[in-house]
Design a protein around this ligand. Structure first.
Ligand SMILES: *Cc1c(COP(=O)(O)O)cnc(C)c1O
Length: 222
């Protein structure tokens, strides 16, 4: 099973019509697979693991925009800080502080999305949607620019449930913009994966993270 070029072209067309950004999620996939989409014009790629991202970043073209979409440990921020385009899953104040510290060391601003906990499962990381207005610390972190929010719906076939969860995230996004919680307008709402990206777009997503539809199913790493 290789890269599905037809699916890629169809999805790009579909997303362009709706002005939604595609992040091609390439975790566990080879540099060769990534290059297949790169040669078709894809530049935004998403990875979940720092070590894997570093290996790929080193050998792949430097104009790739790398999105870190996994759970990021504070002690690993320093490795991706020099080149990462957008960190999607920022889920704690501790992580915010560390990203800020590494950004200032490099004299740059790192763009981040705050992960919001919308799924029912206890294990999903993220801030509560009502915590946002209390994140006063953010205004004292000059190394960080919050571009928007990110979330993952429950893993279920129940479309109504998924829609409800995406709806909750969209509401949090709109509320933050109405209240100017971040002193600027948020532009990016990252929600939707292979199985639910169309529902996510109907709910107001501006950025989808799609892996298996493009690259085929994944084998877990050994
Ligand atoms: C793996 C992953 C994706 C892509 O999942 P697919 O179902 O393969 O599209 C999207 N977002 C996150 C956070 C992921 O970990």
């Amino acid at each position: 099973m290789g890269v599905n070029i037809t699916a890629y072209k169809d999805i790009v067309k579909e997303l362009q019509a709706q002005k939604v950004t595609l992040v091609a999620v390439s975790k566990f996939k080879s540099a060769e697979d990534i290059m297949e989409l790169y040669e078709l014009g894809q530049r935004d790629f998403g990875e979940n693991f720092v070590q894997e991202l570093l290996l790929k970043q080193e050998v792949l073209p430097k104009d790739i925009r790398w999105h870190f979409i996994g759970h990021l440990q504070s002690n690993k921020v320093k490795y991706i800080a020099p080149f990462v385009h957008l960190i999607h899953g920022v889920d704690s104040k501790k992580l915010l502080a560390e990203i800020n510290k590494q950004a200032l060391k490099l004299d740059k601003v790192i763009h981040c999305l705050l992960q919001i906990h919308i799924a029912e499962e206890e294990t999903k990381f993220g801030f509560g949607s009502h915590e946002l207005s209390e994140l006063h610390e953010i205004h004292e972190l000059p190394g960080i620019k919050i571009d928007g929010l990110m979330g993952m719906a429950s893993f279920t076939d129940d479309e109504q449930k998924i829609k409800k969860e995406f709806g909750e995230l969209k509401k949090a996004f709109d509320r933050a913009n109405q209240l100017s919680t971040f002193n600027h307008q948020l532009s990016t709402l990252s929600m939707g994966m292979s199985s639910d990206y169309q529902l996510a777009i109907q709910s107001g997503s501006t950025m989808v993270r799609i892996g298996s539809l493009l690259f085929g199913s994944r084998n877990q790493p050994a």
